[in-house]
Design a protein. Sequence first.
Length: 204
Amino acid sequence: VVGVKLDLEAWAEKFKVLASNRTDRDQLGTRRCDPSSSCEMDCEANNKDLICVLIDDGGFLVLSNQEDHWYQVGKFFSEVDANLMSALYNNSFYARKESYDFQSVCAPEAPSNTGAAPRGVFVPTVADLLSLAWWTSAAAWSLFQQFLYSLTYSSWFQTEEVVGDGMEARETSCIMKQTQYYFSTVNATYNAIIDCGNCSRWVH
């Protein structure tokens, strides 16, 4: 495995130039991009009004002209901008494939406390009482023998405390459903207004 460390700020500056379609790089004023007018996109000048992002074929954020997106580079784009990712999926830019991981490991489920109530009250019989008396005497005699052995052979019974993992903390094998997004088409273009909750955005 080979890893490369890249300067995000330097690549973001190059991305801003490549993502812009300005014909005159030296012009000072730029028109605002909106649905009513055709404008030249300038990812640097319209930094607050124009969001330029680079997403890979798996739907993960690679670069953005927004500095608050820089710490989210490498995340799935739906975590960064769920409305835009939903619009890209609904317009067939991305397709998804669901698969099952049969060798996944999951945390144990919490035990349920909704047990059934007893159907009735248990009434002991004479045989149950005699059995309880016998078990009580047997347990008392066993404890007395252990006490005598511990006094006589105290060095034999010294053991170290062993702390083991509880059964509740152990992970178990399970089947997990996974969803993977992939870029579906190369020749697609997109130009529409999408809903972003209490607002609307022009995306192209």
